[in-house]
Design a binder for this molecule. Structure first.
Ligand SMILES: Cc1cc2nc3c(=O)[nH]c(=O)nc-3n(C[C@H](O)[C@H](O)[C@H](O)COP(=O)(O)OP(=O)(O)OC[C@H]3O[C@@H](n4cnc5c(N)ncnc54)[C@H](O)[C@@H]3O)c2cc1C
Length: 428
């Protein structure tokens, strides 16, 4: 059996290893290296690193549709994509302390009141529950350790020599591999980029994905939440190469979370299941996808920088709402500004699309008025997507190196996990 090294114990890496172990692959031939901690050691504030990666402390919402979360079906076709996603969902259920609580919401009809301003993307979502993720992580980890998988924690992979099949751990240590699964997620995006540049890996062109995290009392949105818990409002301006969508909606016990990437602040959200955390708020990203921008990564970085004041991101509310508390009871780290101007400084005229989006929400949700606030920015840095062989996600230049998860622009738990499983099926 080949020696497999998996860089990143995130959703993709863990699902890949599980598929191998499930199918009798000798666990002692699998090593997973992660710069974060095991599920027994990992702290709640370690949002992006450690067992199950960003998925480990995420909102635990498993989207179940091929049009959501990257382009899985591009690689393997619709039918296979759904089957792979089923496997990921089953893995989360299998290690869940109360699998019967994992429920699926499946909205069916687009309501009239949102028209003509918005479309609504309807798709099923499985809710694992943030509060259970930690327990799931421990059970899942134990299974892999029992299966012989070696984990190396709190160790950052600093380089990979694709030619000589070597992984560098810090300055002195090295490890060889026969096959390498590269699943470093969003926290390893700069690493993936550096490797792509060093090895001149051919990549696919990417769009910019940037916007704000919108927050308001839940009552204003209840009519829509009743139809779709994680509603996705969207609109498209085809001729301008711009589209907008509401992204990752959280309700009931909804908290805004600050993300720290490249030394800058941006915002995201998560929801708790436990009633004790109920705050009756709703938050979601208003994300704009802009196609055709030269060097989209650099453009996004610049825009994010312009929205930083005194070392944090910014917050604006026309009705002077104050930023909310986090689930730990602190205020979300953010600098309050008095107008939406900073968004224009950062995004230029593109900010108008976001302002219009909010204005149209005020029309279709009549009680909303100005009772809202926005955390700026929310950003998705899409890593340069290296060209891979569609049948197994191996690099076109190095066919024993597989890119998976957010490192291959997956965006989301189900698709990231599915990619990991897809790779392992090809190895098996
Ligand atoms: C706050 C938050 C909430 C989210 N909520 C949801 C949700 O509800 N539903 C959903 O579908 N998606 C959600 N997401 C996105 C989802 O978590 C990711 O898309 C998914 O985890 C990506 O999986 P991955 O395996 O590619 O990377 P990750 O899960 O991010 O794992 C990558 C791992 O690689 C490790 N790593 C990185 N670089 C190195 C290195 N150089 N050396 C060693 N280790 C390294 C990291 O420590 C990390 O553990 C959320 C993300 C965040 C941040």
């Amino acid at each position: 059996m080949d020696k497999i090294v998996i860089v990143g114990a995130g959703v993709a890496g863990v699902n890949a290893a599980t598929k191998l172990v499930d199918n009798g692959y000798d666990g002692s031939k699998i090593t997973i290296i992660d710069m974060g901690k095991s599920p027994y050691e990992r702290l709640p504030e370690e949002v992006m690193t450690g067992f199950l990666g960003a998925g480990g402390w995420s909102d635990g919402k498993l989207t179940y549709h091929t049009s959501i979360g990257g382009q899985l079906s591009k690689y393997c076709g619709e039918e296979k994509a759904m089957e792979l996603m089923d496997q990921v969902i089953n893995n989360f259920k299998r290690f869940h302390p109360k699998p019967e609580e994992v429920q699926c919401s499946n909205p069916e009809e687009e309501p009239n009141f949102i028209k003509p301003h918005f479309g609504l993307r309807l798709f099923p979502v499985w809710h694992v529950g943030t509060d259970y993720l930690h327990e799931i992580g421990k059970n899942w980890y134990d299974y892999l350790v029992d299966g012989g998988v070696e984990f190396i924690w709190e160790t950052k992979v600093t380089n990979i020599d694709f030619e000589n099949q070597l992984v560098s751990l810090g300055v002195v240590d090295e490890m060889s591999y026969d096959r390498l699964i590269f699943g470093v997620g969003k926290s390893g995006i700069d690493f993936g980029k550096a490797l792509a540049e060093e090895y001149k890996l051919p990549t696919e062109p990417k769009a910019v994905q940037i916007g704000v995290r919108f927050e308001a009392p839940q009552k204003h949105f209840q009519k829509l939440i009743d139809i779709s818990y994680d509603f996705k409002l969207y609109r498209k301006f085809e001729d301008k190469g711009v589209s907008l969508r509401s992204f990752c909606t959280n309700n009931n016990a909804a908290y805004v979370a600050a993300e720290h990437t490249y030394g800058d602040y941006s915002y995201n959200g998560h929801a708790k299941k436990d009633e004790a955390y109920r705050n009756d708020m709703t938050n979601f990203g208003i994300l704009m996808e802009i196609k055709g921008i030269d060097k989209p990564f650099n453009w996004s970085r610049e825009a994010v920088k312009k929205l930083q004041i005194n070392g944090t991101g910014t917050y604006f509310s026309p009705s002077h709402r104050v930023p909310s508390l986090t689930s730990e009871g602190d205020y979300v780290k953010v600098e309050v500004v008095n107008s939406i101007e900073p968004l224009y400084d950062a995004l230029g005229d593109y900010a108008l699309y976001i302002e219009d989006f909010i204005e149209d929400m005020e029309k279709i949700f009549p009680t909303l008025g100005k009772d809202w606030g926005i955390y700026m920015p929310e950003v998705k840095y899409l890593s340069p997507e290296p060209l891979v062989n569609y049948e197994d996600l191996s690099l076109t230049k190095y066919d024993n190196v597989y890119f998976v998860g957010d490192a291959l622009s997956a965006r989301g738990i189900t698709v990231s996990g599915a990619q990991g499983i897809y790779v392992s099926e090809s190895i098996i």
